[in-house]
Design a binder for this molecule. Sequence first.
Ligand SMILES: NC(=O)c1ccc[n+]([C@@H]2O[C@H](COP(=O)([O-])OP(=O)(O)OC[C@H]3O[C@@H](n4cnc5c(N)ncnc54)[C@H](OP(=O)(O)O)[C@@H]3O)[C@@H](O)[C@H]2O)c1
Length: 244
Amino acid sequence: MQTSGNTVLITGGGSGIGFALAQAFAEADNTVIICGRDEAKLTRAARDVPGCHAIRCDITSDQDVQHLRSELETRFPSLNMLINNAGLQYNYRLTEEPNALEMIDEEISTNFTAQVKLTVNLLPLLRRQERSALVNITSALSVVPKESAPVYCATKAAMRVFTKAIRYQLEGTSVKVFEVVPPLVDTAMTQGRDVRKVPPARVAQAVLRGLEANKKEIRIAMVKALFAINYVMPGVASSIMRPS
Ligand SMILES: NC(=O)c1ccc[n+]([C@@H]2O[C@H](COP(=O)([O-])OP(=O)(O)OC[C@H]3O[C@@H](n4cnc5c(N)ncnc54)[C@H](OP(=O)(O)O)[C@@H]3O)[C@@H](O)[C@H]2O)c1
């Protein structure tokens, strides 16, 4: 997949990994559009990335997604890449958290249902182009879960499986499907965790390299070693990740 000359929508592009991707894609001569719920954050991010466009959109709102789609159709008809990056993670014990039911709904709709629906909404636009890409950001936790975020890990596993299956459905079309599997990255999502984290810019550069090399599954940094350990010694991988 070429990594310049594209028109790229990055969900959750106002911060963290999404923002680093926006910077990297803009530097590589792509048209970049970011979306998210927080208008002020989006405006700040778009100001910091030359040539970046912002459209406010809560991906869990059908109304917002319809607005986003119509904006893309009229203002960015050359859209040929969707990066499903927006996400949230709650750490809690299911049996002890008083708001668990609301949190479960929010995690599942943001990290899975909304991304699948957004993909279905935007695939007709992507398919109009000669070469397109669907890029889904999952997590190492989709394969080796941690104890404190069972629902988050399950949503990432669901996205991993969805990514594989939709790749089958899109075979023979102009849309290539990629999965990005980051390790622990230094963003708002992992704030307060005093462990070694990868900078978001490093993730973004690895994504661009992986797309260029047409790697269907882009495993970043220590994820490669973790998946190898999980293949031969799954118990060891589980004990590494359970408290992470
Ligand atoms: N950080 C890590 O260690 C790590 C590791 C593996 C995978 N990941 C994945 O990488 C992706 C990015 O995470 P991050 O670490 O960069 O987190 P982050 O800094 O918290 O960024 C998440 C982004 O998602 C947006 N977002 C959340 N809910 C949304 C919604 N309903 N509609 C639209 N946008 C929404 C947020 O913007 P608004 O608040 O403005 O909506 C924010 O910009 C996530 O899918 C995450 O699961 C992260």
